[in-house]
Design a protein around this ligand. Structure first.
Ligand SMILES: NC(=O)c1ccc[n+]([C@@H]2O[C@H](COP(=O)([O-])OP(=O)(O)OC[C@H]3O[C@@H](n4cnc5c(N)ncnc54)[C@H](OP(=O)(O)O)[C@@H]3O)[C@@H](O)[C@H]2O)c1
Length: 297
């Protein structure tokens, strides 16, 4: 499907958002690439077919200004890639409402703000919404409670959106990446260090110190991760395939263990739901149901 209407990408300054913008631009698509900092807006504006807008997804005035800019450009909008995101790593037991809000304000409310503001354009074009979740929207790794909560919320919001937009022919896809090279850990470390310096309680100190001591290692590890090319492929498929998938689990060949643990966790949940069920539902019925669902999807 060729597209002349633009695609808007949030968080286009680095990582996945920047690569999505580069690839769309190279393929000749019009891109509204959104970033927070002037230096990034300038960098993005230099790319062919790209117009960059200032957008902090936590700022309703920025969101309103983006709507105005899209109207002024007069080309409508075909796709919205809700990509902006922040990371966090902290014991959930030591997590305040304020810490939770920092992450939810970007990873959940930010996408809701932007999507609700732009939805009329997407309905008009019968376009696409692509939400960048994470494997942490499917499993909850230790000390990633807040991030994982935000991605689980993003998944539920995305499901709700998908159902409500069915009648309008706007298709919604969720992308669930494993670990790819980006700036997400680098960006989170100063926040965690500041938080550590301001921590007054000794509770969970051991856990917090262990998280921070692993940060440098995590940054180095991330540098060696593959570039998120496969994630971008999934985004493009979600945008342009006539029949986009509702979800794209994208885990690199280097992380087969992660792929298996994500799948296994889904089975663990099913077995917990199934165990001692009061509906005379047998293991054979469960196997038949699994076959049926796999064949249908
Ligand atoms: N890389 C991975 O392994 C991975 C895995 C699973 C999911 N993800 C998800 O992929 C998405 C992109 O992350 P990434 O890994 O590419 O990390 P990244 O390089 O840090 O990119 C994050 C982007 O979000 C932007 N952003 C942060 N806060 C924002 C705000 N308030 N308003 C607007 N933009 C904001 C950042 O802008 P600034 O440069 O201005 O901070 C940056 O452009 C995120 O949703 C992340 O959760 C990534």
């Amino acid at each position: 499907m060729t597209q002349t209407k633009p695609i808007l990408v949030t968080g286009a300054s680095s990582g996945i958002g920047k690569l999505v913008t580069e690839v769309l631009s190279q393929k000749g698509h019009l891109v509204y690439a959104c970033a927070r900092k002037k230096v990034d807006i300038t960098m993005l504006n230099k790319m062919e077919n790209v117009t960059s807008f200032q957008l902090d997804v936590t700022n309703p005035l920025d969101v309103q200004e983006v709507v105005t800019r899209v109207k002024q450009e007069g080309k409508g909008l075909f796709g919205l890639v809700n990509n902006a995101g922040v990371g966090d790593s902290w014991p959930i037991l030591a997590t305040s409402e304020e810490m939770l809000h920092r992450v939810f304000n970007v990873n959940v409310y930010g996408h809701l703000r932007v999507t609700n503001a732009l939805i009329s354009f997407l309905i008009e074009s019968q376009g696409r919404i692509v939400n960048i979740s994470s494997v942490s929207g499917l499993i909850t790794p230790t000390f990633l409670g807040t991030y994982s909560m935000s991605k689980h919320a993003l998944e539920a919001w995305s499901n709700a959106l998908s159902l409500e937009l069915e009648n309008y022919n706007v298709k919604v896809s969720i992308i669930e990446p494993g670990n790819y090279k980006s700036n997400i850990v680098n960006a989170a470390v100063p926040v965690l260090l500041k938080r550590f310096q301001e921590t007054t309680t000794n509770l969970f100190q051991k856990e917090i110190e262990s998280i921070l001591s692993q940060d440098e290692e995590a940054i180095n590890r991330r540098e060696k991760l593959p570039s998120p090319v496969e994630v971008v492929d999934a985004v493009l498929d979600a945008l342009f395939n006539e029949h986009p998938k509702p979800r794209y689990l994208v885990i690199s060949q280097l992380e087969t263990d992660l792929f298996l643990s994500v799948l296994k966790y889904q089975f663990v949940k099913i077995s917990q739901l199934f165990k001692d069920n009061t509906h005379e539902f047998t293991l054979k019925d469960l196997r038949n149901l699994l076959d049926e669902v796999i064949n249908e999807n």
